[in-house]
Design a protein around this ligand. Sequence first.
Ligand code: PRP
Ligand code: URA
Length: 213
Amino acid sequence: MANELPDGVRAIAHPLIRHKITQLRATDTKPIVFRAVVRELARLMMYEATRGLAETTRRIETPLTAMDAPVLEKPYPVLVSIMRAGNAMLDGALDVLPMAGVAHIGIYRDHDTLEAHEYYFNGPPDIAERHNIVVDPMLATANSSVAALARLKTKGVTSLQLVSILAAPEGIAAFSVAHPDVPVLVGAVDEHLDEKGYIVPGLGDAGDRSFAT
Ligand code: PRP
Ligand code: URA
């Protein structure tokens, strides 16, 4: 599949990622473990996702000498969670980037039409001047992530990327058409969407599995 991905979309091929996604897929994984594994996956994926962050240097003293040492450039990125399911990923992302800003976008998918409906937005006032890393475990039809990224663009954000744990080929294609300028990092690409818009083989409803609803 990796060779067939559109420009700007990358799937992590790594045994740890595959192992942890298998834990999420299994129906006997309880919500407390599900959330913990999503958080671990977010930490691992953030390591890859932040590879291109801008750096500068800070003058410091080591015990032996002075040096201009590399640090992340300010302003630090904003982590954007697409609620609800994005929140467990947000926790993992904040574990490795605790100095990041945080924005929340509440979006749910209508079960019949699969259209995305926004019910909440809150983010830092200077969000447009910062790099935004959007996290949502699922990229199915891409309706939710397409809407979330469009919302951020209306706020003036120009530097964006999307990180999702599990994607469907249909969602990757739709997202790439809607936001060809936004890089996407996914943990795995599954086979297809079913008639109800669920990823197959998938892991079910990520929000329900996270929060036992
Ligand atoms: C899930 C998931 C994504 C969306 C993906 O959210 O967290 O946001 O579905 O599907 P899509 O690519 O077809 O839009 P859901 O609508 O179930 O809301 P929830 O997180 O509140 O459960
Ligand atoms: N949202 C989910 O949580 N799971 C899917 O399979 C599709 C959309």
